[in-house]
Each structure stands twice: as C-alpha cells, then as structure tokens.
Design a protein around this ligand. Structure first.
Ligand code: FA5
Length: 354
C-alpha cells in the first residue's frame, strides 16, 4: 500500500466530514439520492480506496475495511433520515396547498372545483318524489341496518325459503341483522303505523353482496312505492308506472310487461325498458338483450298485508321497487353503473347544471 494506515483512516474521516457538510445544503430528495450515490456508489471515493487495498497487509485491510464500512453505514443512515424528513415536508406542503374546506363554497370555487349541483341520482330521486307528492303520496325513509323480519319474513319470505337466495345478503355476525337488500323493507315499516287507505314512496340505498359489472353495483338505489286502498287493480299499477316513466323521461319510451316472481306480490310483474344506450341493439348494460329490468311490481300479497295488520277483506294494494341507478343510466345514456359511484368529479360535474 502506497500510504500508511493512519493516512488512509484520516482520509476516510475527511470524506465523511465532507459528506456531512454537503448533506446540509441538500433540499430535495433527488439531490440527497445523487449525493449518496456520489459518496458510496460504485465510483465513489470509498470504493476507490477499497480497490487500492490489493497490496495491503491483512491488518490494514481489516482496519480500513472496518472504518470504510462504518462510514458507509453512517452515510446510509443520514441519507435515509433526511429523505424521510423531506418526504414529510412534501406531504405537509401538499396537504396545506390542497386543503379544501368543503363547507366553504368560495374556497371550493377558488380552487376551480365545482361546488353546486346535485348528483344525478339525487336529482332524479327528487323529481320522482315530487311527482308522487303531487299525487298525494307520502315520502318515507327507513334504516339501512335491518332485521330479518323487515327484510324477509314480513315480506312473505320465511326462513329457508329459496327466494332468500335471489338477493345476496350482507349479514351481520349474529345472522339476525343485515344491510337491507331492497327498499321493500319500507313497505313493512310504512304499514306498521298507518291505517288504510294510504300511499307512499320510500327511496334509498340498498346493499347486495354481488360482483359488479356495467349494470350491477353492490350499493345501489331503489324507490319503493306502495298504495293500499279499496279495489286496487293492475290497471292502477300500470297507470302510475307509465306516468312515472313518462314524467322522468319526458318522452315516449318503449316498455314491456312480463310476469315476474316476488314472494311479496301476486301477481308479480317486471317492467323492462327498451335499452336507451344501444337503442335495443344489444350492449353490456342490457346484457345484449335490448331490454333493461327497471320496475318490478305487482299486487301486494295478502300475507304481506296481514303482517301489516291490513284487513284484506276490505283492502288490497299495489307495490313497486324501481331501480334508480338504472333509470338514471337510461335517462342520460350512461353505459356503466360504476361511473355513478366512483366519485370522479369530471363525471359528476357534467350534471351540475341539470
Ligand atoms: C326487488 O328488489 C324487489 N324488492 C322489487 C319489488 C318491489 C318487486 C315491490 C315487487 C314489488 P329486484 O331484485 O329485481 O327486486 O331489484 C329491483 C330493481 O333494482 C331491478 O329491476 C334493477 O333495476 C335494480 N337492481 C337490482 N340489482 C341491482 C344491482 N346489483 N345494481 C343496480 N341495480 C340493481
């Protein structure tokens, strides 16, 4: 070795001191990474010293190797800690710059974000509520967390009934509570504290343990409707359904009526709408059938009325359960239900002025 041991050790200390000095002036992560690789990278001064140890004695190799490794470790540690500090500063700065007070419309506007306007589901829900309010219907609410009785049993779906499998349910651990799978729970709750005649609608979120696709979500919206009076017939049901659809679409839409099975209605129907995304030609939304299931309905099953303490020798009724998300998709030609729920401002802001 051309230099003696002490000189090389002193050289390493000097390299380290210089690193500490250089590190102090670093103020970005990229600079720190560059500096680190300048000192301990494969062309760095420490590597060059280690390469020059070919002729050194085993003792010199050991001593210089030890010192050089200590120095490397220190450089690693100090770089890492400064990188973390700079990362924190960056996060804090970004939080401060991008902070939005969502209760302050002016600050939202100043940031160039749209602050006014409703989600299209809310807009259509309110439109439908208004249509029914104008015809004397009440608007009822109901809880998301439900029990077996209100979601199934009082709707004529006893335990072990195969119809329970029609709707995949998010059960709670006690297997007695669940997230409501449909707004038909509002029929049961509505009947509990009313005496006929009555008529109401009940909008809200429902939850199903389902795989998503262009027309299926696991959280979506329905509007329930129920009317109980004397001599209610399928003609009454059709009148309200057609009126509802023509008011929402504000144009003629093609619908079809077919038999549908739901344990809580008899007879039961499905009202489908001609797919407005593909004009009936077939697309992923209508599963290439040209039709979209929108409004299942029927005359309320006497068992359901009995659970609701309605005297079935005098009264009967109709009920429907409108799929609100799909209605909104048809109205605005939205070809994937997931767009409605993704919270993407670029999507929802298109509806701000509607
Ligand atoms: C029901 O939920 C019944 N409770 C409806 C009903 C009420 C029938 C009153 C008779 C009398 P169904 O599971 O078919 O039925 O759902 C009703 C509507 O919700 C469907 O027509 C569809 O428009 C919508 N829907 C169903 N599943 C989904 C889903 N995963 N994503 C989006 N919309 C859905």
């Amino acid at each position: 070795m051309s230099e003696n041991l002490q000189t090389v050790i002193a050289k390493i200390s000097k390299i380290f001191d210089q690193f500490v000095l250089d590190l102090k002036s670093m103020n970005s992560k990229a600079q720190v990474l560059d500096l680190k690789s300048k000192y301990i990278g494969k062309d760095g001064p420490l590597t060059i010293i280690m390469k020059g140890l070919k002729d050194a004695t085993p003792e010199e190799k050991r001593e210089i190797g030890k010192k050089s490794n200590e120095c490397k470790d220190q450089i690693e540690k100090m770089s890492k800690s400064l990188l973390e500090e700079l990362e924190h500063k960056e996060i804090n700065r970004s939080l401060e710059e991008n902070w939005i007070d969502i209760s302050d419309r002016d600050s939202i506007r100043a940031k160039g974000l749209c602050s006014s306007g409703y989600h299209p589901i809310t807009t259509i829900q309110r439109e439908i509520e208004d249509i029914f309010i104008s015809m004397g219907f009440e608007v009822l609410d109901g809880p998301y967390l439900e029990d077996d009785y209100h979601n199934f049993e009082a709707l004529n779906i006893p335990k072990d009934h195969p119809a329970r499998d029609m709707q995949d349910t998010f059960w709670f651990k006690d297997m007695a509570h669940l997230l409501r799978t449909h707004t038909s729970t509002i029929q049961v709750r509505g009947m509990e504290n009313r005496t006929p005649p009555f008529k109401f609608v009940g909008p809200g979120k429902v939850f199903r343990c389902e795989r998503t696709d262009a027309s299926h979500e696991f959280v979506f919206h329905q509007i329930e409707g129920m009317m109980v009076d004397k001599n209610i017939s399928v003609a009454n049901l059709m009148y309200f359904s057609k009126l509802l659809l023509s008011e929402v679409f504000k144009k003629e839409v093609e619908i079809r009526l077919r038999p549908g099975f739901f344990p809580f209605v008899e007879p039961g129907f499905e009202i489908d709408i001609r797919c407005l995304i593909c004009a009936g030609k077939g697309c992923p939304v209508c599963k290439h059938s040209g039709w979209v299931e929108l409004l299942p309905c029927g005359l309320v099953h006497p068992n359901v009325l009995k659970y609701g303490k309605v005297d079935t020798s005098i009264y009967n009724g109709f009920a429907f359960g409108l799929g609100l998300d799909r209605l909104v998709m048809m109205k605005y030609a939205i070809d994937d239900i997931r767009l409605l729920h993704a919270g993407d401002l670029r999507f929802v802001s298109q509806f701000a002025s509607i």
